[in-house]
Ligand binder design. Structure first.
Ligand code: ADP
Ligand code: F6P
Length: 319
């Protein structure tokens, strides 16, 4: 293999740049050229490519976002779009492609693999919602960003004897919410994987009040209800002064944590190794603590779940 491509797709995640750097440096180490495809699959359709040398990925390991830009591209879900993508790759002499993104992006990667382009995926999304892998690039940073915000919110909530409802991202997964609730000492958490019981949240607030607890934090995963909806319910059904904060895209930005940089570096390197070994149609990841590659088919058949013991622990510690 003499030339590979790399692109980022779907929502950006902190650590994507570290993964791009690892792909580029590992490839060049093995005397393989790299073309960066900008703006994800949309850029692939438009032939938006730049050569990436050693220097082009200098000083990006600490930066959030993605230097290759990203996009969501409906056209790539069609047969015509995928055929055009293959044509572009062949015309550019790209024999293997690394796709950094979530499971949607992996479906695009699988389509290319089925059409004869060797393709390996790297899990990059703050949501941590990809089956078969322990954690995704960006998740640790997003949780830490959200925790910093929750700590600040707690200062003001405590000063005013208020209840604060904090909505976090995660799409249909409750991982960010659970980790933020546990690490932020939240009094209640609502995640899509468990029944949403607002009366239980109310009961917990009153149980806390009986013990002299006059302020509380309720963490809500966006895949359940919106923060303002939950705040409105608590206002209607309690005597508490309630405020809602939607953390939003702040969770996607910022410098990646050391953990995300290490993970991104390992996975970027492994993705190149897999391509050089002739693999295709796989995701590289850490699974049960070990670096490995998993066929896309297994990923798509799998189901991501939150760790039940974490959910129980949040509720145990927030009695
Ligand atoms: P993520 O990769 O974070 O899950 P999306 O689900 O938005 O994000 O997917 C990113 C992009 O991947 C889509 O905009 C589209 O270009 C491509 N993609 C998603 N699903 C498919 C599919 N079934 N077939 C081909 N490409 C897809
Ligand atoms: O997948 C990452 C994510 O940030 C989700 O947590 C969220 O639901 C979604 O993307 C937001 O997408 P957009 O950037 O298009 O608003």
């Amino acid at each position: 293999m003499r030339r590979i491509g790399v692109l980022t797709s779907g929502g950006d995640a902190p650590g994507m740049n570290a993964a791009i750097r690892a792909v580029v440096r590992s490839a060049i180490y093995n005397r393989v050229e790299v073309l960066g495809i900008r703006h994800g699959f949309q850029g692939l359709l438009e032939g938006d490519m730049v050569p990436l040398g050693l220097g082009s990925v200098a000083d990006i390991i600490q930066r959030g976002g993605t230097m290759l830009f990203t996009s969501r591209c409906e056209a790539f879900k069609t047969d015509e779009g995928q055929a055009q993508g293959v044509e572009r790759l062949r015309a550019a002499g790209i024999e293997g492609l690394v796709v950094i993104g979530g499971d949607g992006s992996f479906r695009g990667a699988r389509a290319l693999s089925q059409r004869g382009i060797a393709t390996v995926g790297i899990p990059g999304t703050i949501d941590n919602d990809i089956p078969c892998c322990d954690t995704t690039i960006g998740f640790d940073t997003a949780v830490n960003t959200a925790i910093e915000a929750v700590d600040k919110i707690r200062d003001t909530v405590a000063s005013h004897d208020r209840v604060s409802v904090v909505e976090v991202m995660g799409r249909n997964a409750g991982d960010i919410a659970l980790h933020v609730a546990l690490a932020g000492g939240a009094e209640s958490v609502l995640v899509p994987e468990y029944p949403v019981d607002l009366d239980d949240v109310v009961a917990r607030l009153y149980r806390g009040l009986e013990r002299g607890k006059r302020h509380s934090i309720v963490v809500v995963a966006e895949g359940t209800l919106s923060g303002p909806e939950v705040a409105a319910y608590l206002t209607r059904h309690t005597g508490f002064d309630v405020r809602a904060t939607v953390l939003g895209h702040i969770q996607r930005g910022g410098a990646p944590t050391a953990r995300d940089r290490v993970l991104a570096s390992q996975l970027g390197n492994l993705a190149v190794q897999r391509l050089l070994d002739g693999a295709t149609g796989q995701m590289v990841c850490v699974r049960d603590g070990s670096l490995c590659a998993v066929d896309f088919e297994e990923v798509f058949q799998g189901r991501h779940t939150v760790e039940p013991s974490l959910y129980r622990l949040v509720n145990t510690l927030a009695i």
